[in-house]
Design a protein around this ligand. Structure first.
Ligand code: MN
Length: 290
């Protein structure tokens, strides 16, 4: 584990409140993989630059064994975070990787990739998340990019209060995350509370931000957030961050980023700015140009 100490504490004087709580929608995708869509289509503008968050977690192989056979993407990035289980990734750009316990796969689809994500286990627990991060208009047709980030490559620190913070993207308490992105400046933290504790994170007012609790429960200001709920944080003028109060065993994702404020047109796995660009994506895919 790449553990470091925070070299800066973050003082939050005017914390954001919770705007509303969201219960994910049970659905299935790929070849019958059961999952919970936490960030749904109707929240894409509210949570710009994030387009989707899926949570999956099951001990039943029937819920995941089909995996996600070959399918395309264009116009955004996918960030897959595995908490438990093993998935094999293969794509049309020639990349291959094994995603397992605590590792992250960051894939920039750009102008297009076709990939598969298939379980490499026949029993046991499969648990994790897939976040979709939009690309600015000027980068939607950039070359695809891919990185596997092993568990031990994810920077991790213990806060003064003893909260273990895994910094997947962005920066927290002076610790730089595994991935940095210009334009959308995503912050992606996985927080583990070993005991009741408070955790403060600075957030620019302009950032859209949300928290997803996947173990235990959490309190933000006056709001209790039970397990498997997403809390959208209000963009209060003059606020400077968020303060989370976790219990023993609480685990939560804190995700934030700078909105693009560009038109969003989605057709399944293609997310562009105009309908014309979507027609083009479908045509390019059918013509084998991915
Ligand atoms: Mn995919």
């Amino acid at each position: 584990m790449h553990t470091t100490t925070a070299n800066q504490s973050e003082t939050v004087l005017a914390p954001r409140e919770v705007e509303r709580l969201i219960t994910g929608k049970a659905t299935s995708d790929g070849a019958g993989v059961k999952l919970t869509r936490v960030l749904t289509h109707d929240l894409q503008h509210r949570l710009d630059p994030f387009l989707m968050l899926d949570a999956f977690g099951t001990d039943n192989p029937q819920d995941y064994i089909g995996g996600f056979p070959d399918h395309p993407h264009r116009g955004f990035e996918t960030v897959t975070y595995m908490i438990a289980g093993r998935m094999r990734h293969r794509d049309s750009a020639g990349n291959e990787g094994l995603l397992q316990n605590g590792s992250v796969q960051w894939m920039t689809a750009g102008r297009g990739v076709i990939h598969s994500e298939l379980p490499e286990q026949e029993d046991g627990r499969m648990e994790g998340f897939q976040l979709w991060l939009n690309l600015p208009a000027a980068e939607k047709m950039r070359a695809p990019w891919y990185r596997d980030i092993r568990n031990e490559e994810i920077p991790e620190y213990a806060s003064d209060d003893g909260v273990t913070v895994r910094v997947i993207a962005g920066e927290s308490h002076g610790v730089a995350g595994a991935v940095q992105r210009e334009t959308t400046l995503p912050l992606y933290l996985d927080l583990h509370f070993d005991a009741a504790a408070e955790f403060a994170q600075a957030l620019p007012v302009s950032f859209n931000a949300f928290v997803y609790v996947y173990r235990g429960n959490l309190r933000i200001g006056e709001t209790d957030i039970p397990q498997q709920r997403m809390a959208i944080l209000r963009n209060q003028p003059n606020s400077d961050g968020v303060v989370l109060q976790g219990m023993e065993g609480t685990r939560a994702l804190l995700i934030a980023g700078l909105p693009l404020n560009e038109p969003i047109v989605q057709y399944g796995p293609f997310v562009m700015n105009t309908e014309q660009q979507i027609f083009q994506a479908v045509e390019d895919f059918r013509a084998g140009r991915f």
